[in-house]
Design a protein around this ligand. Structure first.
Ligand code: KG4
Ligand code: ZN
Length: 342
């Protein structure tokens, strides 16, 4: 089957960090399968250990590929292209996915499609809202990135603001570590914060000034550390949920404020949120309600598509397949940061 025919299926791979994922998606953004093996081994180290991550990708990628095809009730011969995330991420982890995808493309003589992981996160929204198109403002917030990006068309975009130090997910993870909660911190703080008072402590909001759409979370980290040093342990224990809710508010409120302010000032009527932090329940509730008060529609991927997954990589590959933008076997992984169409 060729790109001129109107149905096709893509087998996709995502191995940029600590989740090995394989998926089969069709040209209508229907996810036929999306298999994820999360690496729990990193929990005991309080963060991802790159060497362990690549080894586990290597161990799991073959059976996960078989599983994705089986769940999609699809044979390899019914696949029209192979897509893989090539950057940004941990280089050893990315290399496992890229090498595997290249070998499979070579062995089966199928076209190979390279996807930027952050572009993949953005395309996750198509899995829930296939007809959603720019113009919109995208808030991309993951473990390594926090960016406000204005899209005037599918590939026409302008970076409005980005973090100057830690990413939002990283801020959650570091705060959870300081609070002794474990890893990854985002979901743990999110859960604990549900019983807490977010006004308990006024942690600082970085770069909170008009017209500045960059982010900074390093001051928050210092402030949490200082608070914990000067506060008796019993108080910290009793108010764990209040502290978590206050930390969460400090990370989220500033994102909501900047996204809504930009949208209002430029009369942008839609905001799309992407990345692991898009799973945060307070962000979902706060941005949706503040957006609707200003007449802005806010779109979040369903929770399962916020985290790293191969279905979003397949979704991003659909446009490239239609345009026949394929990569050769010289394709390589690289680790540099940023949302960039590759
Ligand atoms: O997009 P992602 O799965 O991986 C990267 O590309 O980095 O994002 C992972 C990040 C982690 O920092 C994690 O703590 C954060 O997303 N995260 C959350 C939640 N779920 C995941 N942060 C806040 N609230 C959540 N519910
Ligand atoms: Zn990610």
């Amino acid at each position: 089957m060729t790109a001129s025919e109107n149905t096709f299926k893509i087998l996709s791979f995502e191995t940029s960090c600590d989740d090995t994922s394989t998926a089969v998606i069709d040209n209508n953004y229907h996810v036929l399968s999306n298999c994820i093996s999360s690496q729990l081994v990193h929990e005991e180290f309080g963060g991802v250990v790159p060497e362990l991550a690549s080894r586990l990708h290597l161990k799991n990628i073959m059976w996960l590929t078989r599983l994705a095809l089986k769940k999609a009730d699809t044979s390899l011969s019914e696949i029209q292209a192979i897509a893989v995330s090539i950057n940004p991420g941990l280089i050893g982890s990315l290399l496992v996915g890229v090498s595997f995808a290249k070998s499979l493309a070579y062995a089966t003589q199928k076209p190979l499609i390279a996807i930027n992981h952050m572009v993949g996160h953005l395309y996750a929204i198509k899995l829930d809202y296939p007809d959603l198109e720019p113009p919109y403002l995208a808030l991309v917030a993951s473990g390594g990135h926090t960016e406000l990006v204005y899209f005037s068309a599918r590939q026409k975009y302008e970076i409005i603001g980005r973090t100057r130090d830690d990413a939002a997910g990283e801020a959650f993870d570091k705060a959870a570590k300081l609070l002794g909660l474990g890893y990854p911190g985002g979901p743990l703080i999110d859960k604990l914060a549900r019983q807490g008072n977010r006004k308990y402590i006024a942690f600082p909001r970085g770069l909170d000034r008009k017209g500045d759409f960059d982010f900074s979370y390093s001051g928050l980290k210092t402030s949490i550390r200082t608070y914990l040093l000067k506060t008796p342990q019993e108080v910290v224990q009793t108010h764990q949920a209040d502290i978590a809710a206050s930390v969460q508010a400090a990370i989220v409120d500033i994102m909501v404020k900047k996204a809504v302010n930009y949208a209002v000032s430029k009369q942008v009527s839609r905001i799309v949120v992407a990345g692991g932090v898009a799973a945060n329940s307070y962000l979902r509730q706060s941005l949706s309600s503040q957006g609707s008060r200003r007449g802005i529609e806010v779109y979040f991927p369903s929770i399962g598509y916020c985290m790293d997954n191969a279905a979003m990589i397949g979704a991003a590959a659909i446009d490239k397949f239609i345009r026949q933008e394929f990569s050769g076997l010289e394709l390589n992984a690289f680790s540099t940061k940023g949302l960039r169409f590759v």
